[in-house]
Design a protein around this ligand. Structure first.
Ligand SMILES: *[C@@H]1O[C@H](CO)[C@@H](O)[C@H](O)[C@H]1NC(C)=O
Ligand SMILES: *[C@@H]1O[C@H](CO)[C@@H](O)[C@H](O)[C@H]1NC(C)=O
Length: 426
């Protein structure tokens, strides 16, 4: 009888031990499954703030400390109304961010070091984008670098906006931020000699100019000695250590925003444009001066493209795969040249910290503006698609316009001289 008792006690003990062992095992599996969502976030190229992870695994109510840059980011409903929630990769990334913002959490774009930000694990991208391998090589390249947002500076102009003499020398009314490429020496010189000339214009308005450059491809001739000379001589080049490419223009714009917030934070207006457009600077300044304060503080004006959709032909320059982005574009001002208020730069930059990079720079600016609830305003003086063929030599037509698309350096000089000629009566 006693043996039976001992035996039952042993069985009970073993059972208890097994139950205990099993539940520990189970806990472990649940725990490792818990890590899942964080993995997915990594797949989706989003980093969760450290304190977020802690909050999740301990008490959900523990306070998360927002990153200073994304402190007050909120995204307008307008963005959700324009960009649908669906299976496309970019749309998923966006809605992941929006969900976290709604939960009062801080979705942070990774601030990872430049040398480590590129996604080297192709499997991650292939898992999340089912036809990733069918994307054009450049597009694949873009996706791998989508989180790279802190390119080293190669050529800087830290005192661009605090130089000059006399009263108001430190003020910059208008900053020309001109997208150029290392080899475009002639275009830059034509801009300097014409519409991009720095100095004090009518009514003491100070204009400054910077050209935004990346790097030439490694196999191209080495232009660096020429660029250093040019930068020293003119003091208007900014160069970052990323490769020039159409799909790196969003990065270029973002680096420029960072630069301006640091080195030219009190600028009144920024004109962002290409180095092959023609700008009627006096007309532009008169327009800016005529603005009411309420408008001047929320200005985003240019040639507005209000009902564009992604182009789906892989042979086209601006091709966007359907599995990457699905939906229309928000209204945006064409990147050939548009104006933006200086006070909008900081909110724009903050919101760009949570909105995933999009490969087309002007569309991306439109998305960020939409997120802020700022709509682009059309202005008939911005002709980013050029004027009618019969008007291209007509100086009076040009005198009334603010921006005209694509002029060669000699044409630029001729036009500039023409619209300033005292002989011209329009
Ligand atoms: C402009 O700013 C610099 C640096 O802050 C300062 O040294 C200089 O005196 C200022 N110049 C004028 C004219 O205000
Ligand atoms: C953008 O620049 C990075 C850094 O130089 C480069 O690795 C990448 O290939 C460029 N992206 C594209 C799409 O060319």
């Amino acid at each position: 009888m006693r043996r039976i008792h001992t035996f039952s006690a042993m069985v009970l003990l073993v059972t208890l031990f097994l139950i205990f062992f099993y539940s520990t095992l189970h806990l472990e599996t649940t725990y490792s499954r818990r890590a899942g969502p964080e993995d997915l976030l990594k797949h989706l190229s989003l980093q969760v703030h450290d304190s977020d992870v802690k909050a999740q695994s301990s008490k959900p109510e523990s306070v998360t400390r927002p990153h200073p840059d994304v402190h007050n980011v909120s995204v307008s409903d307008g963005l959700r109304q324009t960009i649908p929630q669906n299976r496309a990769y970019w749309n998923r990334l966006l809605y992941l961010v929006l969900r976290k913002l709604d939960e009062g959490r801080t979705p942070l774009r990774p601030d990872s070091h430049w040398s480590r930000c590129r996604e080297t694990n192709q499997e991650l991208l292939q898992t999340n984008v089912h036809d990733f391998t069918s994307y054009p090589a450049l597009f694949q390249d873009f996706l791998q670098g989508m989180n790279c947002r802190s390119s080293p500076v190669l050529i800087n102009q830290p005192s661009k906006c605090i130089s000059g003499e006399g009263e108001g020398a430190n003020r910059t009314f208008l900053l020309f931020a001109i997208k150029s490429t290392p080899g475009n020496f002639e275009q830059r010189q034509a801009v300097r000699e014409t519409w991009g000339r720095e100095g004090v214009y009518q009514r003491g308005l100070r204009v400054r100019t910077v050209f935004l450059l990346g790097n030439s491809p490694p196999d191209d001739p080495d232009l660096n000695p020429l660029l250093s000379f040019e930068a020293q001589h003119f003091g208007d080049l900014l160069q970052w250590d990323f490769q020039e490419s159409l799909l790196n223009l969003t990065l270029k714009m973002n680096m420029f925003l960072q630069w301006t917030l640091k080195h030219c934070p009190r600028v009144n207006f920024v004109f962002s444009g290409d180095d092959d457009v023609f700008v009627n600077t006096p007309a532009l300044l008169s327009y800016l001066q005529s603005l009411k304060a309420s408008k001047a503080s929320r200005l985003y004006v240019g040639h507005v493209i209000s009902t564009a959709n992604p182009l789906r032909d892989p042979n086209i320059k601006y091709y966007i795969p359907l599995s990457f982005y699905d939906g229309p574009y928000p209204a945006y001002a064409g990147g050939g040249g548009f104006l933006i208020s200086g006070v909008l730069l900081k909110p724009l930059y903050s919101v760009s910290r949570v909105i995933p990079f999009f490969p087309i720079d002007d569309v991306y600016t439109g998305m960020c503006a939409k997120a802020l609830g700022v709509s682009p305003e059309a202005h008939a003086g911005f002709q980013t698609f050029d004027v009618k063929a019969q008007d291209r030599e007509n100086l009076c037509v040009h005198k009334d316009l603010i921006l005209i698309h694509q002029r060669s350096p000699p044409q630029m000089k001729k036009l500039w001289k023409g619209i300033h000629s005292p002989l011209l009566t329009c």
